[in-house]
Ligand binder design. Structure first.
Ligand code: FES
Length: 174
């Protein structure tokens, strides 16, 4: 499939990865709450993602070493849980639910509208980010508010019964 010129192709970033001392201290503190080191894996992933915005390969390796695990043990968590990201996203991240209730309630039209407004490819697989890094639009699975479809999240905020007009308002606010 050809990639439109306006789309940003996600590339799994890798390279030098340095953990700031305060983040390492935070991770050590988190680990101390658990009787078994590996039980802190999800908490460390959240801490790293919160700091860097995503979890690169070297970060997974660092966490694995810290917890005396193999990198695959961390990689499988990152790929299983959809809230973890392996690539950077835009400053404003629209997550549109595409599971059945929302699909029936218009989430595909909402996603298409967002993509059209932001000049992104609605047919492309995965998260789409504008070239200026301001916006990312992504389909996600059920956000657990199926009765108020279509539902989406904007960063950590939750919106229900989202119309195209509401989406326009949210874009304009950013
Ligand atoms: S189907 Fe969209 S919130 Fe459940």
């Amino acid at each position: 499939m050809s990639v439109p010129a306006h789309a940003v192709v996600p590339v799994a970033p890798s390279g030098p990865f340095a953990v700031p001392a305060d983040l390492e201290a935070e991770c050590d503190e988190l680990i101390s709450h658990y009787p078994v080191k590996r039980s802190a894996a999800l908490m460390l992933l959240h801490a790293v993602q919160e700091r860097f915005g995503f979890i690169q390969k070297e970060a997974m390796e660092w966490i694995a070493k810290k917890l005396e695990l193999q990198p695959i043990n961390i990689f499988e968590l990152v790929t299983f849980y959809p809230m973890f990201r392996q690539n950077p996203v835009g400053k404003t991240h629209f997550k549109v639910c595409r599971t059945l209730s929302c699909a029936l309630g218009g989430s595909y039209k909402l996603h298409a509208h967002l993509c059209e407004r932001l000049k992104l490819d609605r047919h492309a697989h995965g998260a789409q980010t504008t070239p200026d890094g301001k916006f990312t639009v992504e389909f996600v699975e059920c956000l657990a508010s199926c009765g108020t479809a279509p539902v989406m999240m904007v960063n950590e905020d939750f919106y229900e019964g989202v119309t195209n007009a509401k989406a326009d308002e949210l874009i304009a606010k950013k």
